[in-house]
Design a binder for this molecule. Sequence first.
Ligand SMILES: Cc1cc2nc3c(=O)[nH]c(=O)nc-3n(C[C@H](O)[C@H](O)[C@H](O)COP(=O)(O)OP(=O)(O)OC[C@H]3O[C@@H](n4cnc5c(N)ncnc54)[C@H](O)[C@@H]3O)c2cc1C
Length: 328
Amino acid sequence: MARIFAYIVHRGGVPDDSAAEIAAAARRMEPAAEPTAIVAGWGAELDAACTALAGHYPEVWKLASETLAEPNAELVRKALVRVLPPASVVLVSHDHFGVDLAPGLSIKLNAAYVADILAVDARGEASLTVVRQEFGGQVSAHVECDISTGAVLTIRPGAFKPPGDAPTRGKIIDKSSEIGSLAAGRRYIGTVVAEAGNVDITKHAVLVSVGRGIQDKDNLQIAEELAEALGAAVSCSRPVVDAKWLEKSRQVGSSGKTVKPKVYLACGISGAFQHLAGIKGSPFLVAINKNAKAPIFQVADVGIVDDILEFLPELTKKARELHGIAAR
Ligand SMILES: Cc1cc2nc3c(=O)[nH]c(=O)nc-3n(C[C@H](O)[C@H](O)[C@H](O)COP(=O)(O)OP(=O)(O)OC[C@H]3O[C@@H](n4cnc5c(N)ncnc54)[C@H](O)[C@@H]3O)c2cc1C
């Protein structure tokens, strides 16, 4: 099979959590794969990211350029086109940066493109069958992808669980001299960090997260009571914020907060990729949804098909009993 590369973003020298998940996806595609991570940036932060990635990948390619110090998918795309060998399979996280980078990269490489991959079905010498969702997750599509001229594939965050192997000691190869000078038509101006709000959902080990399935602002109380019994905080999906039931600082997802809890209870949340993109660190994911076909069940560790309006109060009762908390 073609050589597999993973483009990994980092923030301040810390690789994105998708790094280990993408390595797991590469091994699902080719169990004997020795995937190569590629990381771009500048200075000490880039060196730190390379060292961290060498713990997950047998080989790490370092692309150092002052112009790559700030996130700009156009520049990264140009750098990748210059270093990648023909017919490479390139894996990218299906997040903000990945969906900006991947389509243009596939065109420049004349490679197949499949977005938002959840699973790998089958592999052949020159083809790969992958699973993605369509129609908001109502349909699973099995897509056969010709990889004879390469492929660019975006991987849904949380879909491939890292096996928890002992860290490797990969070698770092400096490819910076091959990228030459880079220029882009667009310019990065800055990142605006959202305010923490009165409850900082990024700091909690357990999150009770509610989605549109909560149905009404008044029903939020049942999530708050469960959170209190579990020592958790309440977070939510975007429709809950759009309906003004909770403040924006509680929203998890690509246009909300990135959270890294140990346990995540997704209550009445369908599992759109924009929501899942905000859940990092492979938490133990419990999904409660009355639709057995909800896409969230494909990434959940435990799936409960039930009405949250009935199930959550029962769970609260049990949690209170376990912790010796008197009912209110
Ligand atoms: C550019 C962009 C950025 C976005 N950013 C974000 C983001 O940051 N975060 C985010 O969350 N979304 C974001 N979205 C929206 C995202 O695409 C989804 O629309 C959203 O995540 C869906 O939220 P949901 O799962 O709560 O609602 P729905 O998709 O409507 O799902 C509701 C679920 O609740 C279940 N349900 C209903 N009633 C009950 C019940 N009584 N008991 C149990 N289950 C029940 C249903 O079966 C369904 O699965 C973004 C979209 C775009 C285009």
